[in-house]
Ligand binder design. Structure first.
Ligand SMILES: C[S@@+](CC[C@H](N)C(=O)[O-])C[C@H]1O[C@@H](n2cnc3c(N)ncnc32)[C@H](O)[C@@H]1O
Length: 213
């Protein structure tokens, strides 16, 4: 991994990547970035992993790689490596961890982010999902995420509805499923946090700061 990292200008990690479609798209867009997808489900990532490791002349992407791991126990070699971590439409323990229901998950994710790096979440919970402990209200959702990652040294810098373009640009398979439905009650929220210097929570950058995506 160290050798792979050294060959690239920066590292990004998509946690709970599922079928890895978003990783392949990001790797194709940013050839100098090492784009890692991490998920606890090997089968979901298998096809994308195969595609990435093909020879370049057959569409392979040497800068896309997949890691089989739970968010709560990522490999130690990934610690503090990522300039940007994304979590797109999480479910299960990953979603619970993002809203404060599983401290080990939040700690695992926070540990991946480099100092000064960002954690971007796209979340779209709706009442009809019946997810206990997952706030639906946008403000409550952002507060829950901020609290969940606070002890990991991450501070909230932005929270707002994601634009359709932003959601589409992720190339996430779940975005593809969600967008055409346009359920009135389901809004996609972008929540962005930044890893502050040190682990203590501080006043932090102002909400609305845009560090690029
Ligand atoms: C709804 S899918 C979203 C997949 C992908 N991000 C997308 O947007 O298409 C949620 C993913 O989170 C993964 N996941 C859930 N809990 C996890 C955990 N604790 N650690 C790692 N992955 C997890 C699941 O295996 C699944 O692939």
């Amino acid at each position: 991994m160290a050798e792979l990292v050294a060959r690239h200008a920066r590292v990004t990690i998509d946690v709970g990547t599922g079928d890895g479609r978003a990783v392949l798209a990001a790797a194709a867009r940013e050839p100098t970035t090492l784009v890692l997808g991490l998920d606890a489900n090997a089968a979901a990532m298998a096809e994308a992993s195969r595609r990435a490791t093909r020879p370049a002349r057959k569409g392979g992407l040497g800068n896309a790689r997949f890691v089989l791991a739970a968010a709560e126990a990522p490999p130690s070699e990934l610690a503090g490596l990522a300039e940007r971590v994304t979590i797109l439409f999480p479910w299960g323990s990953l979603l619970r961890g993002c809203v404060g229901g599983d401290a080990a998950v939040a700690a695992g994710v926070a540990g991946l982010v480099a100092t000064g790096g960002t954690l971007d979440l796209l979340l779209a919970p709706a009442q009809r999902d019946g997810l206990e402990g997952v706030p639906i209200d946008a403000g409550a959702l952002a507060s829950a995420v901020a609290r969940a990652f606070d002890t990991g040294g991450l501070g909230l810098v932005e929270s707002r509805p994601a634009t359709e373009e932003e959601v589409h640009a992720t190339r996430s398979s779940w975005a593809r499923r969600l967008l055409p439905r346009r359920e009135a009650e389901r809004r996609v929220m972008l929540v962005r946090l930044v890893k502050l210097d040190g682990r203590d929570s501080v006043g932090g950058p102002e909400i609305g700061t845009d560090r690029g995506s």
